[in-house]
Structure formats: structure tokens, C-alpha cells
Design a protein around this ligand. Structure first.
Ligand SMILES: Cc1cc2nc3c(=O)[nH]c(=O)nc-3n(C[C@H](O)[C@H](O)[C@H](O)COP(=O)(O)OP(=O)(O)OC[C@H]3O[C@@H](n4cnc5c(N)ncnc54)[C@H](O)[C@@H]3O)c2cc1C
Length: 398
């Protein structure tokens, strides 16, 4: 049996942050990381670029074997933790191996939620959360003529964009009355909806999928409004749920996610949880699930929106935010590289979000200076280089 001082389950954002923190406090203690993914650590945020083909799957790793070796960290991939015996301080893996630990961090994130739609489990469908999902979706693009995307959140809209760009007829079915309702206000949603509609994407808003079935080689999707959609690809992007199944009988308290205190301790001594799987205490002691919070940058944007009401440049901001996430709104050629910036592509476009984040919480006049270059009718790709704020280039290397 393997013995380790620190055992970390999961190898994504939360796990990597914890690893760095552990090594800052304890350079020598034995650490083992276990992930059920058969891949080096990567960020799920890069997956839409793997689907589109902009990022090669073998180039998305955040850490490689040499990093684990250098930091004296054992890395076990392709093995899921299936049970935790908290009293004996042991974790059981799907390979049959057992690991005895001193301290345990649960960073198992979240997995796609499958709505209880009659017939869904009997048809072939895709989800998008792991590298393997993205590779599978990328491989399916060339053969896809008609696609149905269930859910108009970030994952669904990114996928719809990729499918439309690959030449498929795409229908998005969303029960909310607008797209990306969890991210944008109605005005911004309307801009995004118009951009997708202009590219031929059919948006069925306020509609629920009521049944799925296989009809020959086709997947038939029926909605509660009486519509029938035939597709050769169905993507289910209806949200996520924390991965906690392996904790049955462990004594770790679970509500919507693993309940943690302000130090991310669970109800069991010696066990912590972090990331999408954890349910922390929110503001005013409300229990909130970390994964339900928008990421910090977006949150800052939302706070500003609610805090200051309508301001000049609001549409430009909405367009810009939309453009950062959804490339359909960009002109051909996409974002230009900034002078002095290394890299580009997917990484470059994500990092365009940084300047706004850096201005979060500052008085409006501080960030209006760079908003001036963002007028309605334009988006980030349109701006001549001299109008772009210089700090953008510097922020690339943070
Ligand atoms: C397509 C897509 C786009 C996204 N875009 C953004 C974005 O723009 N901004 C943003 O802030 N967030 C975004 N997110 C969400 C973001 O990726 C997550 O919030 C983040 O990855 C959470 O990190 P985590 O470490 O908690 O869990 P996860 O990234 O979910 O990782 C969980 C880890 O646990 C492992 N694991 C799970 N169960 C077991 C088990 N039983 N045994 C062993 N290992 C296990 C998995 O293999 C994985 O390594 C996006 C997500 C997706 C899917």
C-alpha cells in the first residue's frame, strides 16, 4: 500500500493551487495526486479551443512529468478514488490500489448534469467537461450536419459556435428566456442572440426538451412546445454537479457540494475540500456552492453593472465581454496580438479579459479611459493598436 503525507484527489485548478501552497509550507512532505483523467493536468476552460481545433490536446497541459518530479510529487492518472475510509485514513482507487494518507484534499470538481429527460440515456449524446469529451466532440464535427445543443450557458454557446463554424445547422434549446442568463444582463444577451441568429443558429428560448429518441441514424429531440428536431449530434450542456459519489459512508457532510468552513475543512478531521466540489459559506453566512459563483472577473463586471446603473459605454462593455467569450462576434481574423506580447490564440483571447478585471472596484473614471476606444458597433478586434491600453501587454506575463 502507498503511504503519503498529503493526498490530493483531482488534478485541476483547485488541486494545482493546493500543491503550490503545500510546497511553499512544506518542501519535503510526501505528496500524491490522483486523477481519474488519463491526462496531465489541464484547465477545462481551454476545452472549447480543443473542440474547435485551435488548441492541440497534447499542448494544453498545465504541468508536465518533469514538474511533478522536480517538486517530488507522485502523480497517478487514469485512476478514480472510489471510496474513502476516514477512520483508517485510506482511499481506495478504481485500480484496486489503496493509499494511506495523513491529510486529504478533495478537489474532484464537478461533472455535467444530465436532466431527467425521458429517452436521454438511450441516445448517443456528448458532454463537455474533460479533455476526452473535447477530443470526441472535435472528431465528430466534420460529420455533423445537424446539431442540437441542450442549454445556452457558456459551454453550450461555445459548442454552438464551434458547430456553426464547422458548417452544421445548429439549434440551441434553452428553458430560460435568453441565452447566457447566468453571465450577462438582458441587453448583452440580446446582442449575443442577434449575432448567433445572424450566423444561422436557431435559438429556441423558453423551451424544454421533453423527450429524446433514436430514429435510425438520427437523434430525435422533442420539445414541450411540440417541436421535433432531428440531429446527428446532441450536446447536453445543462449545468454541472459536484462529484461526491466516492464519499458515500465516509462521514464527510455533503449538501449540494462538500460542506467546508472558512479554512476549507470538511466535517471530518484531516479532510479538506476545494474548488467546484466545495460548498463554502457565502456572504452573510449563507451556504453557497463555489461553482455557482461566476469567476472573479465576471463577478467584478456584474458588481459594476449593478452598482452604477446605466453609463456611457455600457453597450460597448457588453459587446466586449461577449466578444471575449464568443468569437462569432469578432470580425474575421479575431483578436490581434498586442505589441510585445508572447503567445496569442486561445490564451491571448482569454487574457484580453484582464484589464477590466484589474479595474474592478476602481472609480468609473479610471477605466473610462480605455473604454473610450470601445465604441458601439466595434469590438475588441476592431481597435487600431494605438488606442489599446498598454498595460494589456504587461498583464500577459502575470
Ligand atoms: C468548457 C468549459 C469552459 C469553462 N470556462 C470557464 C471560464 O471561462 N472561467 C471560469 O472561471 N471557469 C470556467 N469553467 C469552469 C472551470 O473550468 C472550473 O470552475 C474549474 O475547472 C474548477 O476546478 P476544480 O479543480 O474545482 O475542478 P475540475 O476542473 O472539475 O477538476 C476536477 C478534477 O478531479 C478529478 N476527479 C474527479 N473525480 C475524481 C475521482 N473520483 N477520483 C480521482 N479524480 C477525480 C478530475 O479528473 C479532475 O482532474 C469552464 C468549464 C468548462 C467545462
Amino acid at each position: 500500500m502507498t503511504q503519503t503525507e498529503y493526498l490530493i484527489v483531482g488534478a485541476s485548478h483547485a488541486a494545482l493551487s493546493a500543491l503550490q501552497a503545500i510546497r511553499m509550507q512544506d518542501a519535503e512532505g510526501s505528496v500524491t495526486v490522483v486523477t481519474r483523467d488519463d491526462a496531465l493536468p489541464y484547465s477545462p476552460t481551454v476545452l472549447p479551443y480543443v473542440v474547435s481545433g485551435r488548441s492541440a490536446p497534447e499542448r494544453v497541459a498545465l504541468k508536465d512529468g518533469a514538474w511533478f518530479e522536480k517538486n517530488k510529487i507522485g502523480f497517478i492518472r487514469g485512476a478514480a478514488v472510489t471510496a474513502v475510509d476516514a477512520a483508517a485514513k485510506r482511499a481506495k482507487l478504481s485500480s484496486g490500489e489503496e493509499i494511506a494518507y495523513g491529510k486529504l484534499l478533495l478537489a474532484t470538481g464537478a461533472a455535467p448534469l444530465l436532466p431527467p429527460i425521458p429517452g436521454l440515456k438511450d441516445v448517443k449524446f456528448h458532454v463537455l467537461r474533460t479533455l476526452a469529451d473535447a477530443v470526441g466532440l472535435h472528431a465528430a464535427l466534420p460529420q455533423t450536419k445537424q446539431a442540437v445543443v441542450l442549454g445556452a450557458g457558456l459551454v453550450g454557446m461555445h459548442a454552438a459556435e464551434n458547430l456553426a463554424k464547422a458548417g452544421a445547422q445548429v439549434a440551441v434549446v434553452e428553458m430560460q428566456p435568453r441565452v447566457l442568463a447566468g453571465y450577462f444582463d438582458a441587453e448583452a444577451s440580446a446582442i449575443i442572440e442577434a449575432a448567433f441568429a445572424a450566423k444561422g443558429v436557431k435559438l429556441m428560448l423558453g423551451a424544454k426538451v421533453s423527450r429524446c429518441e433514436t430514429a435510425g441514424k438520427t437523434i430525435r429531440v422533442m420539445t414541450d412546445g411540440g417541436a421535433t428536431l432531428d440531429a446527428d449530434l446532441l450536446l447536453v450542456a445543462a449545468g454541472v454537479a459536484p462529484v461526491t459519489d466516492y464519499l458515500a459512508g465516509s462521514g464527510v457532510d455533503i449538501d449540494r457540494g462538500i460542506l467546508v468552513d472558512d479554512s476549507m475543512r470538511t466535517s471530518v478531521d484531516g479532510i479538506w475540500a476545494a474548488g467546484d466540489v466545495a460548498q463554502a459559506k457565502g456572504f452573510l453566512q449563507r451556504r453557497e456552492n463555489a461553482q455557482r459563483h461566476p469567476p472573479r472577473g465576471r463577478r467584478a463586471g456584474q458588481d459594476r453593472r449593478h452598482g452604477h446603473g446605466r453609463r456611457p459605454g455600457r453597450e460597448a462593455l457588453a459587446r466586449r465581454r461577449a466578444a471575449q467569450h464568443l468569437h462569432l462576434l469578432r470580425p474575421a481574423g479575431g483578436l490581434r496580438r498586442q505589441p510585445g506580447c508572447r503567445g496569442g490564440g486561445a490564451q491571448g483571447s482569454r487574457r484580453e479579459a484582464l484589464p477590466e478585471d484589474r479595474h474592478a472596484g476602481q472609480p468609473p473614471h479610471r477605466h473610462l479611459r480605455h473604454q473610450r476606444a470601445l465604441r458601439p458597433g466595434r469590438d475588441v478586434g476592431d481597435h487600431p493598436a494605438p488606442h489599446r491600453p498598454r498595460f494589456r501587454a504587461r498583464s500577459f506575463h502575470r
